[in-house]
Design a protein around this ligand. Sequence first.
Ligand code: FAD
Ligand code: FES
Length: 275
Amino acid sequence: MSVYLTAINRLRIVKVREIKRESPTVKTITFHDKFCAKAEPGQFVMVWIPGVDEVPMSLSTMRSDGRCSITVGEVGEATKALHQRKLGETLGIRGPYGNSFTLANGNVMIVGGGTGLAPFIPLAEKLMGLSTRIFFVLGAKTHSELLFLQRIKTVLSKVDGRVIATTEDGSYGLKGVATDPAREILEKETFDMIYTCGPEQMMYKMLVLAERYRTPLQASLERLMRCAIGLCGSCVIGKFMVCKDGPVFSDEQLREVKDEFGRFKMGRTGKKVGI
Ligand SMILES: Cc1cc2nc3c(=O)[nH]c(=O)nc-3n(C[C@H](O)[C@H](O)[C@H](O)COP(=O)(O)OP(=O)(O)OC[C@H]3O[C@@H](n4cnc5c(N)ncnc54)[C@H](O)[C@@H]3O)c2cc1C
Ligand code: FES
């Protein structure tokens, strides 16, 4: 048997059990899968939409009873087709793949934007037992696109935590981008870890801040993915493959790929394109 035909690599057909609209462009789709239920925060699945495409998605819920979810932003053909899925219809799933966030003790800061916040709910739930304080900074373009505020407040009600929301149009919270309050907080307070996921320019700014304030950082990267098992090379960034070596990278690793991080990714034709 090929080493690649392991249980997690086999395509499983799952039923859509619940659909929740999170914002005008984002939906959370719940399904049951025993392998995904055991995934760690930061791991992702490949989701197959028959006749359309197969795309990577972070797991936004993993419950011991098998209930799992993905939180999907509508950007192109595959994500549009996922948004059109109805209750009881099926999807193909393989994975979970990739590494996960390393859990840190102490005072942690989580900076997320858009659907990049998806892996941070399960991460915050795990950190609850470890971290003394969790500081969430969320960013979105508008109030209606701000994700998971209620779920985050529920998690933070059980731990010493604080949440700051930013919107680019000022329709909720602070006007601006998430990196602005993050910088102000880092000027005043010491953190043991920064976690970030979202637009790569945002993560790049957070890496610069992490270096300035000598704070370790973990960032979850997005690249084009096809195989998700380190064979096709479409997710390459410098010496790393995001599907196998990531998607979570440390500040130290990101410094090794600083010519590409926040600047370039590989496009569908195999040529580098600007980010
Ligand atoms: C490890 C990993 C985890 C991911 N987790 C999530 C998740 O939890 N939720 C989620 O919604 N997405 C997530 N993504 C991104 C998701 O896989 C892509 O958005 C998806 O593949 C787009 O497919 P599409 O066919 O809909 O769009 P495409 O046809 O591929 O793209 C359509 C248009 O949208 C642009 N585009 C593509 N991807 C993005 C993007 N990420 N952001 C903004 N514009 C984009 C393209 O440049 C193009 O112009 C993740 C990606 C990776 C690598
Ligand atoms: S997606 Fe094929 S090597 Fe990463």
